[in-house]
Design a binder for this molecule. Structure first.
Ligand code: BGC
Length: 386
């Protein structure tokens, strides 16, 4: 890291007024198209083993699946996997996307209840905004399973299927720690943070996991955040907006990195990594001074960017596995059985501790994407070469 401090104070004042933080909205741009998603039916999961038998039991039962948005590839995959797996077990599926419009999601869930859903699976947009409609479902005796994002402030949720969200943050932090050899280096590295949506519990947990690893290095001065924006409140981005991430990165680069390079973009989402990439290209960064950029979801575009070097890593979350665990929860609640859970402590939604199944997130980069992603059947070499 070059060490020129010129103009820093002035920049702080300028940028503070320019930065767009959690209070603003922005529309995400799309990542990879649905056609590029892993083939849901072909990849469909271990549920296969049980698929033949329960079709008859499941018949006539309807499952409403409420997803947040199609603007990010991961949710398209999640929805497709859930639908395929539930249908293979004989359930009727009502899959809805609300395009990050909270009221639209409320209406969709109301319609699911009115049209006789027997179970609801919800990946929320704003995790506290569904309390009333969740109470309606409870009143009507319809069990709810929280999908990937915890449903907050309600006792109407029966189970939660997700990835270890704090573990995602820890994995990103450890990746940075190892790649920059933070424990041993005598260098200092500049870093900026791009964290998730404040109305998504996952974003808070990721931040906690990340800072558990990185805060000591900020304290020691091995990591230097020139914008001074290290708190969750200062770095969160409402509705996971790629545009806001790009705008924030542009503002950081202009305000704080005119005379020295930004070394690390610690981002919580592949969409943010795309935003940072665009900002860095705009600011004239090249392969010679390109920063380490993290992400989450291992979207197709992100994986291609990892191969080409414009993103360093991502967190691979196998949406087929998550759907499989969630489908098993649906089956269990509808058949009066206990589903498999592996966490009864971490996910307190302010009313109850929701019994959860946590899948394991895996850090992927250029060195292991073949083994994890290609050999795991998530994307083919052909998809990645397109
Ligand atoms: C999910 C992430 C995803 C983010 C943005 C979070 O709730 O856990 O996997 O990147 O939402 O869609």
């Amino acid at each position: 890291m070059k060490k020129k401090l010129l103009g820093a104070l002035l920049s702080v004042a300028m940028v503070a007024t320019l930065l767009t933080g959690c209070g603003s909205t922005g529309s995400e741009s799309t990542s990879a198209p649905a056609a590029d998603a892993p083939a849901a039916e072909a990849d469909a999961p271990a549920a296969d083993a049980e698929a033949a038998a329960p079709a008859a039991e499941a018949n006539g039962k309807k499952v409403g699946v409420a997803m947040p948005t199609q603007s990010s590839e991961r949710w398209i995959n999640d929805g497709a996997n859930m639908k395929a797996q539930l249908e293979s077990l004989g359930y009727e599926v009502d899959l809805q996307y609300a395009e990050d419009d909270v009221q639209a999601q409320v209406s969709q869930i109301e319609n699911m209840i009115a049209s006789g859903a027997n179970c609801l699976v919800i990946a929320s947009i704003d995790s506290s905004a569904l309390v009333n409609v969740e109470a309606q479902a409870k009143e009507a005796g319809i069990p709810i399973i929280a999908y990937d994002r915890l449903l907050m402030d309600t006792d109407a949720v029966s189970y939660y299927a997700t990835f270890d969200n704090k573990g995602v943050g820890t994995a990103i932090g450890k990746y940075i720690e190892e790649k920059k050899d933070l424990a041993n280096t005598t260098e200092t590295y500049t870093i900026e943070f791009f964290m998730g949506s404040p109305d998504d519990n996952n974003a808070h947990m990721l931040y906690d996991g990340l800072m558990e690893v990185l805060q000591p290095y900020l304290d020691k001065g091995t990591l230097v955040c020139k914008s001074g924006r290290t708190s969750f409140d200062d770095t969160c981005i409402l509705r996971w907006s790629q545009e806001t991430a790009q705008q924030n990165c542009e503002n950081y680069l202009t305000g704080f990195y005119a005379d020295e390079d930004l070394d690390i973009c610690a981002t919580a989402f592949d969409g943010f990594a795309y935003g940072c990439k665009a900002a860095l290209e705009g600011a004239g960064y090249t392969a010679d001074n390109w920063p380490l950029i993290t992400g989450q979801d291992a979207e197709l575009m992100a994986t291609k960017n990892i191969i080409s070097g414009s993103q360093t890593m991502s967190i691979y979350k196998d949406t087929r596995l998550l759907a499989e665990k969630c489908v098993k929860m649906v089956q269990a609640v509808l058949e009066g059985e206990e589903p498999e859970i592996n966490d009864t402590e971490q996910y307190n939604n302010n009313v109850i501790v929701v019994p959860s199944y946590l899948c394991t997130p895996v850090a992927v980069d250029k060195d292991n994407y073949k083994e994890i992603i290609v050999d795991g059947g998530y994307y083919t070499e052909e998809q990645l070469a397109e």
